[in-house]
Design a protein around this ligand. Structure first.
Ligand SMILES: [Zn+2]
Length: 357
């Protein structure tokens, strides 16, 4: 009488189930799986030993073995689910933000109240100065089509000037290319379009807002930054008006001893174009390390609107003329409050922020 190869199957199955239950991590389960259920497992070895049996016996043994395998497989799946749930709970627990960490030093009684950050408060101050000068404040989208961000501003595809802006692309090509705006200038296009459509020229407006460029952040650059842009479209506007607005703004915002000067530059959407510099706010023009001992610091760009821009938005260049200017709000905050590293503006370190309450 020969012993059936499956004589100990019940015990062997029980042992396998015990082993599955003892698995303590998903990694351990992955490692043990081939030994429990794979080609090197006891179940597979038993399967091979059935070859010597009579056909009827083999069929019956095969069915028993199949049943045992299903039981072990089900246990393995159950254990895998349990371990995955546990791992997830653990991950959630460790990811939980402990808000107590952040505010522990800030809580005093009576609790101190919050206040706008440096960039937001600088933006409001700038808006106030321009509103006092007769400008309105306008807003535009941060996600723009290529046409608004580039083409309407006289920067066609493949124009070499596109290299001036390292652009984040949201969508390429058909039906249209979509970008995160690299400057606030597209808002000018929206403003002029709607003024033409509603027959409501002239325009005297400033447009503050967030912009994006693929820049590696350093002490003087951020990949997400803020600009304020000014647009004037009216009858008989000349370069002298532009220079006057820049000078008036500079003295009103930075103080009566700070003045502005213009230097020739190139921008695709203005002609002629200029960069404007202001007296160094650190040394008041004496010369220091920040201004490379020139007494001047570059603030932004400006110029008379290019006829190609008027043409793109349908403004009659024979009747109207205009200028635009723009500069960084973050840079303004950095200079006015003498923040050495611009990254401090976005890091939300309460020790930094509290200095400006
Ligand atoms: Zn200086």
């Amino acid at each position: 009488m020969t012993t059936s190869p499956l004589a100990n199957l019940a015990i062997q199955t029980a042992e396998l189930l015990e082993a599955v239950k003892a698995l303590s991590s998903l990694e351990a389960l992955r490692e043990a799986e081939p030994l429990i259920i794979g080609k090197r497992s006891i179940l597979s070895t038993l399967q091979k030993s059935l070859g010597g049996l009579e056909p009827d016996d083999r069929r019956e043994a095969g069915a028993q073995l199949q049943q045992a395998r299903r039981t072990v497989e089900a246990a393995l799946e159950l254990r895998r689910d349990q371990l995955a749930l546990g791992a997830r709970a653990e991950r959630l627990a460790s990811d939980r933000l402990d808000l107590g960490d952040v505010v522990v030093g800030a809580i005093r009684w009576p609790a101190s109240s919050g206040h706008p950050g440096l960039v937001a408060s600088t933006q409001r101050e700038l808006e106030d100065v321009f509103v006092a000068m007769g400008f309105t404040v306008s807003d535009g989208p941060e996600v723009e089509s290529d046409w608004y961000n580039f083409e309407a501003l006289n920067i066609p595809p493949a124009h070499p000037a596109r290299g001036m802006w390292d652009t984040f692309y949201v969508e390429m090509g058909e039906p249209e290319t979509v970008v995160l705006r690299t400057h606030t200038s597209p808002t000018q296009i929206h403003l002029m379009e709607s003024a033409v459509a509603s027959n409501s020229l002239p325009i005297h407006s400033v447009m503050p807002g967030r912009c994006y460029r693929r820049d590696t952040p350093d002490a003087r650059h951020l990949a997400t930054f803020h600009q304020i842009e000014g647009l004037v479209v009216d009858r008989g506007i000349t370069f002298a008006d532009l220079a006057g607005v820049i000078e008036t703004f500079t003295r009103k915002y930075f103080g009566p001893d700070i003045s502005a000067r213009l230097r020739p530059a190139y921008f695709p959407f203005t002609e002629p174009s200029a960069e404007f510099e202001i007296t160094c706010t650190i040394c008041r023009g004496e010369g220091c390390r920040t201004c490379s001992h020139t007494g001047w610091i570059e603030l932004g760009g400006c110029g008379m609107l290019d006829p190609a821009v008027f043409e793109a938005v349908g403004v009659d260049g024979d009747e109207w003329s205009g200028f635009a200017f723009g500069f960084g709000i973050d840079r303004c905050a950095q200079m006015r409050y003498q923040v050495a590293d611009m990254r401090a503006l976005i890091e939300n370190d309460v020790r930094f922020l509290r200095q400006f309450s």
